[in-house]
Design a protein around this ligand. Structure first.
Ligand code: KIV
Ligand code: NA
Length: 265
C-alpha cells in the first residue's frame, strides 16, 4: 500500500473522490480498519468517552492521547493518522499549543493533529503549521465546548452562527489547514462550505454534500448501546453479538463443555 498523505486528500477533493475516515484508539482496531482500506484514521479525543467512559471529551490528557495514538500508528500501514489535541493542550497560548503538537508528533508518530475552533485558535494553528505539522480543523459541534453549548444538538441553524462558521472555515483554509471536520450542522450549510473551499471538508452529521465522512468506529460497529443520533449508520450490532458470545462462553465454562479434549495439552 502507498501511504495516504495530506496531499492525497487534496487530490481526492480535486478529483471528486470521497474520503473515508474512522476513529481508532488501539493497535488491533487500527489494524482492522487500515487493512480494510480506510483513507484516514482519527485518534479522536472521543477516546475519553469510548475508551475511558467519561461523559465528555474534556478529561482526556495529552499523555493519554499519545498512548492511544502510538498504539494506532503501530497498527497502520496505509491510512493517514490524525491525532486530536485534547482540551487544555492548545487553548491557553500558542506556544503551549505548539509544544503539545510537537509531543504528539515525536512521541506517537502520528502524521497530523486536529484541533477545535476557528478564529479563537488562529495563532495556535499558525505556530503549529510553521513547525511543519499539518493541521486539520474542526467546526460546528465542537465537543470540547459542550459546556458553552449546553447541548449536543445541531449547530449553526441560526444565521449568525452560520455566518461565523463560514468565515471560520475560510480562515482555516487561508491559514493553511489541509482539511476540516464539520460536525452536526445543517447539510445545506455544510455543502455550501465544502463548495467554497479547495481543502476537503469531512462531515459527521453534516449531510452528503461534503467531501468525506467520519464516524466513531465503536458507534458504526454498534458496540455503543444507548446512542442513536440520526446521522449514525450502524453496520453491525456488536453490543448484542459480543454479549451473546459472552453468555455462550459462560454457559460452556459452567457446563464444563469448554475446554474439550482438543482444546488442551
Ligand atoms: O473525537 C472524535 O471522534 C472526533 C470525530 C467525531 C470527528 O473528533
Ligand atoms: Na474529537
Amino acid at each position: 500500500y502507498k501511504r495516504i498523505t495530506v496531499k492525497s486528500l487534496t487530490e481526492m477533493k480535486a478529483t471528486h473522490q470521497k474520503i473515508s475516515m474512522l476513529t481508532a484508539y488501539d493497535f488491533t482496531m487500527a489494524k482492522i480498519i487500515d487493512s480494510a482500506g480506510v483513507d484516514v484514521i482519527l485518534v479522536g479525543d472521543s477516546a475519553s468517552n469510548v475508551m475511558a467512559g467519561h461523559e465528555t471529551t474534556l478529561p482526556i490528557t495529552l499523555d493519554q492521547m499519545i498512548y492511544h495514538a502510538s498504539s494506532v500508528v503501530r497498527g497502520t500501514e496505509r491510512a493517514l493518522v490524525v491525532v486530536d489535541l485534547p482540551f487544555g493542550s492548545y487553548q491557553s497560548d500558542p506556544k503551549e499549543a505548539l509544544r503539545s503538537a510537537i509531543r504528539i508528533m515525536k512521541e506517537s508518530g502520528g502524521h497530523t493533529v486536529k484541533l477545535e475552533g476557528g478564529s479563537e485558535v488562529k495563532e495556535s494553528i499558525k505556530r503549529i503549521l510553521n513547525a511543519g505539522i499539518p493541521v486539520m480543523g474542526h467546526l460546528g459541534l465542537t465537543p470540547q465546548s459542550i459546556y458553552k453549548f449546553g447541548t449536543y444538538t445541531v449547530r449553526a441553524k441560526e444565521e449568525e452562527e452560520a455566518e461565523k462558521l463560514k468565515n471560520d472555515a475560510l480562515a482555516l483554509e487561508k491559514l493553511g489547514c489541509f482539511a476540516l471536520v464539520l460536525e452536526k450542522v445543517p447539510a445545506k450549510l455544510a455543502q455550501e462550505v465544502a463548495e467554497s473551499l479547495s481543502i476537503p471538508v469531512i462531515g459527521i452529521g453534516a449531510g452528503g454534500g461534503v467531501d468525506g465522512q467520519v464516524l466513531v468506529s465503536h458507534d458504526m460497529f454498534g458496540m455503543t448501546h444507548e446512542f442513536h443520533p440520526r446521522f449514525l449508520r450502524r453496520y453491525m450490532n456488536l453490543y448484542e453479538d459480543m454479549g451473546s458470545a459472552v453468555s455462550q462462553y459462560i454457559s460452556d465454562v459452567k457446563s464444563s463443555d469448554f475446554p474439550n479434549d482438543s482444546e488442551q495439552y
